[in-house]
Design a protein around this ligand. Structure first.
Ligand code: NAI
Length: 256
């Protein structure tokens, strides 16, 4: 929770992947705190639905169709957000996908470049396009969605995804350290299995879900709001000395 009840009032966050799962829940959490929410997604209808839900909670919202793999689209969404709300305080780069499962020898160029484009290049574009604005205002927080898989390698189906999330963790560290003395903080979150439509789009099946759960001492999937609350904390002044690192949220499971 923020240290003062109105810390987020009149602040603005732009979220990619806001139509679904973690991005959508994070939008609602920031709305609860009174922030303006810019909900972007390649799925415009979903982003508009999230924006409507934000407005129902009494906060301002703007939905923008954005494909994070397209620099011009990212640039356009940031310009529209700033035009609407006068600035951007926070950016949550949440759009991501595993695309499909393939064993290592079956990974083709399309899968490899696709996973890198959505998960790594997308974060690169988003950070590079928002940073000039944040630097001009002398402050800003960026949070990137990584994944616990970057520590495990994604063996047996998700190596391109895991490698692209490793790039997110490294990008986060580099950008954070480069701008640490200019009012900018950059962090990433490495979730374990979270209950969202993500697994369906990753070609997961019941067997994959069982394997993921077997590795979680809490014995359950995480909820998307359990990631969103961490995004809120990371963006708050209570987190002012933390930058560059990734934080694991995984019910006690995974590699350590
Ligand atoms: P989700 O599938 O519910 O939502 C992902 C959203 O990203 C969708 O609304 C989709 O339309 C959007 N998207 C996909 N490609 C896009 C593009 N090119 N441009 C803009 N938007 C695009 O997934 P979830 O679970 O909410 O995932 C959010 C983030 O968390 C992703 O980066 C994912 O890799 C990461 N993550 C998820 C985990 C999970 O178990 N659900 C575990 C670890 C990390």
């Amino acid at each position: 929770m923020p240290r003062s009840p109105d810390e987020f009032v009149d602040k603005t966050i732009i979220i990619t992947g806001a139509a679904s799962g973690i991005g959508r829940e994070t939008a609602l959490i920031f709305a609860r705190e009174g922030a303006n929410v810019v909900a972007t997604d390649v799925n415009l209808i979903g982003a508009e639905d999230t924006a409507d839900a934000v407005r129902k909670l009494g906060s301002n919202a703007l939905a923008i169709k954005t494909d994070v793999t397209d620099r011009a689209s990212v640039k356009d969404s940031i310009a529209k957000a700033i035009n609407e709300f006068g600035g951007l305080d926070f950016q949550f780069n949440c759009a991501g996908a595993a695309l499909r499962r393939a064993s290592f020898l079956d990974i083709d160029d399309e899968l490899w470049t696709g996973a890198m484009a959505i998960n790594a290049t997308g974060v690169f574009y988003c950070m590079q396009e928002v940073l000039p604005h944040m630097l001009a205002q002398g402050r800003g927080v960026i949070v990137n969605a990584a994944s616990m898989s970057h520590r495990r390698g994604g063996a047996g189906g998700l190596i391109p995804y895991a490698a692209s999330k490793g790039a997110v963790v490294t990008l986060t560290m580099g950008v954070a350290r480069e701008f640490a003395d200019r009012g900018i903080r950059v962090l990433s979150i490495s979730p374990g299995p979270i209950d969202t439509p993500f697994e369906d789009t990753a070609g997961g099946n019941d067997e994959a879900r069982k394997r993921a759960l077997a590795d979680v001492p809490m014995g359950r999937l995480g909820r998307p709001d359990e990631i969103g609350e961490l995004v809120l904390f990371m963006c708050s002044d209570a987190c002012s000395y933390m930058t560059a690192d990734t934080v694991y949220v995984n019910g006690g499971g995974g590699f350590r």
